[in-house]
Design a protein around this ligand. Structure first.
Ligand code: CA
Length: 756
C-alpha cells in the first residue's frame, strides 16, 4: 500500500501549498471605473475581474499583478461581446500570467500609442500573458496621419489569439511585436487564430498588418509564432507582414485577396510554411519576398496572385554588399522547397539588381516546387546571376528561362480541387518522384469560422453601388436632401425629369447612386459653392444627369462635387456616368471634382460623359503637397468622355515623396476626345493631364486637339507609363521627365500621331 499512501501525501501537500492562493482568490464584479480603480492595485493570483455589460466611455484599463501558471489574474467581460470600450479607452497589461477576454473596442480611439499594449510603461512589461477573444473595430484616431498600434506585444511568452481586428484606417501597424528592449527579445510570443479583416489602402507607408521587430533590432531573434490566422483584404500597403527580426515562424495562415506580400525584410532564420495565399486575380495580390540569411520557405500554396516587381507572388532579392542594417542583406542559405505556385503571374529572382543591390543570392536551393500557369506564361524574371542557387526537381507546365532549365521538368499538368479546396495535379506525374513535388496534399486551408470570435460577424466591409432599393424621387415635391437622408446605404435614387436648383450643399455619408430616370432629362444646379460633399462613410455614383454651374455663386473655386475639406478617415468611391457637365464658368477656377486634404479615393471612375465650358480642373487630386508619399486616390479612370473648353486640367494627380510603400496611384485614360483643354492662364502646370509620381499610367486611343500637353513627372518606384495610339492635333506631344533617376525617361510611347 505504499503507492496510495505516497499519492495521498503528495495530494495533501499540494492542497496545503495551494491553500493560500485559493483562500485569497476573489471574484470582483465591476460596474464603474471607480470600482475598478479601488481593486486594481491589489489583484492577486487567481483573482477574476468581471466587467459589467454595457458601454464604457474613456476607460483606460491597466491590469497589473503577478498571477501564476495555475492561478492567473483574469479580466473578462460579463458576457463576451457585451462590454464595449468606447471613446478614449485602451488596455495595458503588466506583470505575469494575466488573461483578458471578451472586450470590444469601437466608436473611439486610443489616447496613447496603442489600443492594447503588453506593458505598463517603458520599464514594466507583461510576461506569460494572454489576450483572447477581443474585437477592435474601426477604432481609429480621427486624424488619419496620427500613428498608433492596435496591438503592441512587449515582454515574453505572451499570446494574442482568437481576436477580430477590422477597419484600421489611421497610420500605424495593426499588430506590432516590439523588440526594443532585451526583455522583449527572444520572446516566443504566439499570435494565432485571429481574424485580420479589411484594412483599406492607406495611401502611403505605415499600413502594415503585422510587423515583427524593426531594422534597428533586426539581428536579434524574436521566436514569434504567427499561426493559423486569416488575413482578408488586409490592403494597407505593400507589406502585409513585415518580418524585421530573426527566428520567427509564419505557419498555417490564410491570406485572402490581400494586396501586398509577406516580406522577410530584416533578420535571419525565419520559417514560412504551410500558408495558403489566394489572390483570385485581384490587383497587387502578392506572395513571399525573401531577403537575408537562412530563410526557409516550404510547403506553401499560392494561387491566383497578380503582383509584380517587389510585390510579386514570389521574390528573391539581391542584396547590398556589406549592407547597412536598414538596407538589403544578401540572400544566403535560403531553402525554398515543396511550394505550389498556381497562376502566380510573377516570380522574380535576384530582384532589384542595380549598382547598389549587386550581391546575388548564394548557397541557396529551390527544389521540389510545382509551378503551373494555366495561361502557359512563364512567370520568372531573372535580374542577375542565379548560378549560386541550386534548382532541382521542380516541375512546371511552362517553359522556364534557360538558367533554370536543368532544375525543371516541363510537363502538362491537369489540376483538380481537393477536399481542402486547393488545386493539385489530377494524376501523378510521369516524372520520377513527381508526387513529392509542390505542397503536401494534406495541406489545410484554415477557414474563417476557425478564427476570431463566434459572436462578432465577419461582414463585407464595403456596400456596393446599386445593391439596395431603388427609390423614385420627384424633386418638385421632395427635396434632394430629404430624399438622401431617408435613403439607406446601397440605395439608388431615380430622379424624375426636370430642371432643379438645389439650395443646400448635399452631404453624402453612405453609398448612394443618383440616377436620372431618363438619361440627361434631369438637370441639377446648385446655389452653394458645391452641390455634393462626400464625407466619411460616403460613396457617390451619378448617372445620366445634367450638372450645370449656371446657378452657382459668382465666386472663384466652386465645385460640383468635393470631399470633406479635411480630416477624412474613410476611403471613398466616386463615379460619374452618362452625364453632361456644363457651364462651370460663372467665375474662374470652377472645378468639377475637388479632393480635400487627407481624403483618399479607392477609385474615381468617369465614363461616357460630356464636359463643356469649365474654368477650372475636372478632377483635382493634388492636395498632399508635403512630399511624404501620401496621395489622394488609388485608381483614376477616364473612359469615353468628351471634353471641350476646359481651362484647367482634366486631372491633377500628385504623389510626392521617395517612399516606395504604395502600389498606386493608377491612372487610366482611354478613348476620350479632348479639345481646347488646359490652356487657361491659371492652369500653372500648363498641362491637359498632370501626373506627378503616379505608379501606373495607361493613356490610349485618345484624341487631343488644340490642347496643352500631357505632363508626366516620374519620381520613384519604377513607374510604368504607357502612352499609345493617341492622336495629338495642334497639341504638343507628351512631356515626360524623370525627377529622381538620371537618364532618359522610362515611359513607353507607341504609335502616337502628332499633327500640327
Ligand atoms: Ca512598410
Amino acid at each position: 500500500m505504499r503507492y496510495p499512501y505516497l499519492s495521498l501525501t503528495l495530494l495533501m501537500s499540494a492542497i496545503l501549498l495551494l491553500a493560500p492562493s485559493i483562500a485569497s482568490a476573489e471574484s470582483y464584479y465591476i460596474d464603474s471605473k471607480q470600482a475598478y480603480a479601488d481593486i486594481a492595485d491589489g489583484l492577486q493570483a487567481g483573482d477574476t475581474v468581471i466587467l459589467k455589460n454595457g458601454v464604457w466611455q474613456d476607460f483606460e484599463i491597466l491590469l497589473e499583478g503577478e498571477g501564476t501558471e495555475q492561478s492567473p489574474i483574469t479580466l473578462k467581460a460579463e458576457k463576451s461581446g457585451e462590454v464595449i470600450l468606447s471613446g478614449q479607452s485602451n488596455l495595458r497589461l503588466s506583470g505575469k500570467y494575466l488573461v483578458v477576454s471578451g472586450l470590444v473596442f469601437k466608436d473611439g480611439y486610443t489616447p496613447t500609442s496603442s489600443v492594447i499594449e503588453f506593458r505598463k510603461d517603458k520599464d514594466n512589461y507583461a510576461y506569460h500573458s494572454r489576450v483572447t477573444e477581443i474585437v477592435i473595430d474601426n477604432y481609429n484616431n480621427p486624424d488619419k496621419q496620427e500613428s498608433d498600434y492596435w496591438v503592441a506585444l512587449y515582454g515574453k511568452h505572451n499570446r494574442f489569439d482568437h481576436s477580430h481586428l477590422v477597419g484600421k484606417r489611421n497610420r500605424g501597424v495593426t499588430l506590432a511585436v516590439r523588440l526594443n528592449h532585451e526583455n522583449s527579445q527572444e520572446n516566443y510570443h504566439q499570435i494565432d487564430h485571429n481574424y485580420f479583416g479589411y484594412r483599406p489602402i492607406f495611401g502611403s507607408n505605415g499600413g502594415e498588418t503585422i510587423r515583427i521587430g524593426t531594422s534597428h533590432y533586426s539581428l536579434s531573434d524574436s521566436f514569434t509564432l504567427v499561426e493559423n490566422n486569416v488575413f482578408e483584404h488586409t490592403n494597407g500597403e505593400v507589406e502585409i507582414i513585415s518580418v524585421k527580426s530573426g527566428k520567427n515562424t509564419l505557419k498555417g495562415n490564410l491570406f485572402l485577396e490581400a494586396r501586398g506580400t509577406l516580406t522577410l525584410r530584416h533578420g535571419n532564420g525565419n520559417i514560412i510554411e504551410e500558408n495558403v495565399l489566394i489572390g483570385n486575380g485581384v490587383d497587387h495580390t502578392g506572395g513571399i519576398r525573401v531577403i537575408n540569411k537562412d530563410q526557409i520557405i516550404r510547403n506553401n500554396y499560392l494561387e491566383g496572385l497578380t503582383g509584380f516587381r517587389f510585390g510579386s507572388g514570389f521574390t528573391v532579392m539581391n542584396g547590398v554588399p556589406d549592407s547597412p542594417i536598414n538596407r538589403y542583406h544578401q540572400v544566403e542559405n535560403a531553402v525554398i522547397e515543396n511550394n505550389t505556385f498556381i497562376n502566380v503571374e510573377h516570380m522574380q529572382l535576384a530582384a532589384g539588381s542595380d549598382a547598389e543591390r549587386s550581391a546575388v543570392p548564394i548557397s541557396s536551393q529551390f527544389t521540389n516546387n510545382l509551378i503551373v500557369n494555366q495561361n502557359g506564361q512563364n512567370p520568372f524574371t531573372i535580374s542577375d546571376d542565379v548560378s549560386e542557387v541550386r534548382f532541382a526537381k521542380n516541375i512546371s507546365n511552362t517553359q522556364v528561362p534557360s538558367e533554370l532549365k536543368n532544375g525543371f521538368t516541363i510537363e502538362d499538368i491537369a489540376l483538380e480541387r481537393n477536399e481542402n479546396d486547393l488545386l493539385f495535379p489530377a494524376k501523378a506525374f510521369s516524372t520520377k518522384n513527381g508526387t513529392d513535388v509542390g505542397a503536401s496534399r494534406s495541406l489545410k486551408k484554415i477557414s474563417k469560422d476557425e478564427v476570431g470570435v463566434s459572436w462578432y460577424p465577419k461582414l463585407s466591409p464595403l456596400v456596393e453601388f446599386d445593391s439596395g432599393k431603388t427609390r423614385h424621387i420627384n424633386l418638385s415635391t421632395q427635396s434632394l436632401s430629404e430624399a438622401i437622408q431617408q435613403a439607406e446605404s446601397g440605395d439608388t435614387l431615380l430622379l424624375e425629369a426636370g430642371d432643379f436648383v438645389i439650395p443646400k450643399l448635399i452631404p453624402i455619408d453612405k453609398t448612394l447612386s443618383i440616377k436620372a430616370k431618363n438619361a440627361q432629362q434631369t438637370r441639377l444646379s446648385c446655389e452653394r459653392t458645391a452641390l455634393f460633399e462626400i464625407q466619411d462613410g460616403g460613396a457617390l455614383k451619378l448617372d445620366g444627369l445634367v450638372l450645370s454651374g449656371a446657378n452657382s455663386p459668382d465666386s472663384a473655386n466652386n465645385a460640383v462635387v468635393r470631399t470633406q475639406k479635411w480630416g477624412m478617415i474613410e476611403n471613398y468611391r466616386f463615379e460619374l456616368h452618362n452625364s453632361i457637365v456644363e457651364n462651370l464658368d460663372i467665375n474662374h477656377s470652377f472645378h468639377f471634382f475637388v479632393s480635400g486634404k487627407g481624403a483618399f479615393a479607392d477609385h474615381i471612375h468617369i465614363e461616357n460623359n460630356q464636359f463643356k465650358s469649365v474654368t477650372g480642373d475636372i478632377i483635382q487630386l493634388n492636395k498632399e503637397i508635403e512630399d511624404l508619399g501620401i496621395y489622394n486616390a488609388e485608381y483614376i479612370t477616364f473612359h469615353q468622355n468628351q471634353f471641350s473648353d476646359i481651362a484647367g486640367a482634366l486631372a491633377k494627380v500628385y504623389r510626392g515623396g521617395t517612399d516606395e510603400s504604395t502600389f498606386g496611384p493608377h491612372f487610366l485614360f482611354t478613348d476620350n476626345q479632348v479639345s481646347a483643354t488646359g490652356k487657361g492662364k491659371r492652369n500653372k502646370e500648363n498641362a491637359s493631364v498632370y501626373l506627378h509620381g503616379v505608379q501606373q499610367t495607361h493613356i490610349a486611343n485618345n484624341l487631343f486637339e488644340n490642347s496643352a500637353p500631357i505632363v508626366i513627372e516620374h519620381t520613384v518606384g519604377e513607374p510604368q507609363t504607357l502612352i499609345e495610339n493617341n492622336t495629338f492635333k495642334a497639341t504638343e506631344s507628351p512631356n515626360i521627365v524623370e525627377l529622381r533617376v538620371d537618364g532618359p525617361h522610362t515611359a513607353r510611347l507607341n504609335n502616337n500621331t502628332v499633327l500640327n
